[in-house]
Design a protein around this ligand. Structure first.
Ligand code: SF4
Length: 413
């Protein structure tokens, strides 16, 4: 796709809009449609000529960011689903219930196959089972072993075998053939794009930081729905070049940066603009987040995990544990400590997420560790990544301001 001279923000809107339009159009023209969990390797579907995929979690995040998260949640609650369920699930179930009526993308086209994995949480597998029952569509579950320790070879082989099973199932259901060369090409685009993503995050090393975590939240969308295609790599190249130029021109998101903060948990999609501008007024910048740092890594580290050029399917299996939720406490701590030191973080915001229990479950222990062992002031606030009813701005900022005071007190001591 021609990127021309437009900014990365506009480019993002353009490619995301196009991705949803293409998805609907190709589905209407007979493509085999798969719904996937975010960390199911999208590159597998690109190994087929006419298989397209939609990502309900990402679609739910977009609904929340566009201000219709609560509207969709309420529809699911009216059907009897508990408010305690993950808001992504409620948004998605609510959205499906009236065929995408309030969705910015008119929902997702009806799937032929649903593919989940259980390494982030078991709730997601039950949520996808709801669709499986209601739509009468098969649900393929990739079982990924939880990792209290680094992934073992036998686990990797087990995951690869399931990828191969998935390919066989799609071949049988769609009547299409899987092409290894197409798949390898897709993995190559993904690898190039992810390397550029890591480069983009490194602009937070600069003082003042060249980026905010809010930039990274917004620009992670292609990672979720556009992996494996040229536009993915092009977008991150544009983003890196643009950010590099802004730093060279001394244009920084928080020019008088006094506090460098770190965020632990999923992005508060309904608060991105409000939270970032209110923090900027306090000369505070959330310069990084576990949520976006984990992309392109493996458990226990937020450094890029490079592809050794041998077997792309093994590589994708090896990075199935990149995300935070499948990590035991020690691996989480290890990865976070590395990036917190690298970015010279002054304070950490642990966002206890009412929806995502797997992400939030270890936060209390993490908080103690970073305060007692690393001497870093921390705070815990309550959020919900997509249900704005479960977030109180004033309470949260009261605590965040207390965190900034704790940082001042530490500096003065
Ligand atoms: S509970 Fe967390 S990991 Fe599970 S679907 Fe919701 S956001 Fe994802």
């Amino acid at each position: 796709m021609e990127t021309g001279k437009i900014g990365a923000g506009k480019h993002l809107t353009r490619i995301i809009t196009k991705a949803y339009m293409d998805l609907h159009e190709r589905a209407a023209n007979g493509a085999f449609v798969v719904w996937i969990a975010i960390n199911v390797p999208a590159e597998i579907f690109l190994g087929f000529e006419n298989v397209v995929y939609g990502v309900p979690e990402s679609h739910a995040a977009m609904n929340a960011a566009k201000g219709v998260g609560v509207t969709q949640c309420v529809k699911a609650e009216q059907l009897g689903y508990s408010m305690d369920l993950c808001s992504y699930a409620r948004i998605d179930i609510g959205c499906v219930s009236d065929h995408g009526k309030d969705s910015p993308s008119f929902g997702l086209p009806k799937p032929d196959l649903i593919v989940s994995n259980n390494n982030n949480c078991s709730l997601l597998t039950k949520w996808f089972d709801v669709h499986h029952r209601q739509m009468g569509v098969p649900h393929f579950l990739i079982d990924v072993p939880f990792c209290y320790q680094p992934q073992k070879e036998k686990d990797r082989e087990y995951i690869v075998r399931q990828f191969k099973d998935l390919i066989r199932v799609i071949e049988e259901m769609s009547g299409q053939k899987f092409h290894m060369d197409r798949f390898c090409q897709a993995v190559d685009y993904s690898i190039q794009g992810v390397a550029l993503w890591k480069k983009f995050l490194e602009f937070a090393d600069h003082k003042p930081s060249g980026i905010t975590a809010f930039d990274s939240f917004v620009h992670m969308a292609p990672f979720l729905i556009l992996r494996g295609v040229p536009a993915f790599e092009e977008h991150y190249r544009l983003l890196v070049e643009e950010t590099e130029q802004r730093i060279a021109d001394c244009v920084f998101p928080v020019p008088e940066e006094k506090y460098r903060l770190f965020w632990d948990n999923i992005a508060p999609w309904h608060q991105l603009r409000k939270m970032s501008s209110r923090l900027a007024e306090l000369n505070a910048n959330i310069v990084g987040a576990t949520y976006t740092s984990c992309i392109g890594t493996k458990e226990g580290s937020f450094d890029l995990f490079p592809f050794d050029g041998t077997d792309p399917m093994h590589f994708l299996a090896r990075t199935q544990n990149a995300y935070i939720c499948p990590h035991g406490l020690e691996l989480r701590k290890q990865a976070m400590a590395g990036v917190v030191r690298k970015l010279k973080i002054d304070g950490i915001i642990f966002a206890c997420n009412r929806s995502c229990k797997p992400y939030s479950i270890t936060q209390m222990d993490q908080q103690k560790h970073f305060f007692n062992q690393e001497g870093i002031p921390t705070v815990m606030i309550e959020v919900d990544h997509a249900d704005a009813r479960k977030y109180n701005e004033e309470n949260s900022f009261l605590r965040i301001e207390a965190l900034l005071e704790a940082i001042d007190a530490k500096r003065a001591a």
